[in-house]
Design a protein around this ligand. Structure first.
Ligand SMILES: [Zn+2]
Length: 65
């Protein structure tokens, strides 16, 4: 993964075997056979999976962190 699938930013970092982090929208991603999933960190540091329609919100605005 070279480009963030949500905001199309280029500041993607690898944080695990199939995990990536985008500094621009502050989302984490995982790749699996079933496809790509996006996650955000909640206030307690838990990963929360985003629905596809939520991706759109992150694509058009910076993350509220
Ligand atoms: Zn991004």
């Amino acid at each position: 993964m070279l480009v963030c699938p949500v905001c199309h930013g280029h500041t993607i970092g690898k944080v695990g075997a199939n995990r990536f982090y985008c500094r621009e929208c502050c989302l984490e991603f995982s790749e699996s056979r079933r496809g790509l999933q996006a996650y955000r960190l909640d206030d307690e540091g838990e990963l929360v999976q985003l629905d596809r329609d939520e991706w759109e919100e992150y694509a058009h605005s910076s993350a509220p962190l």
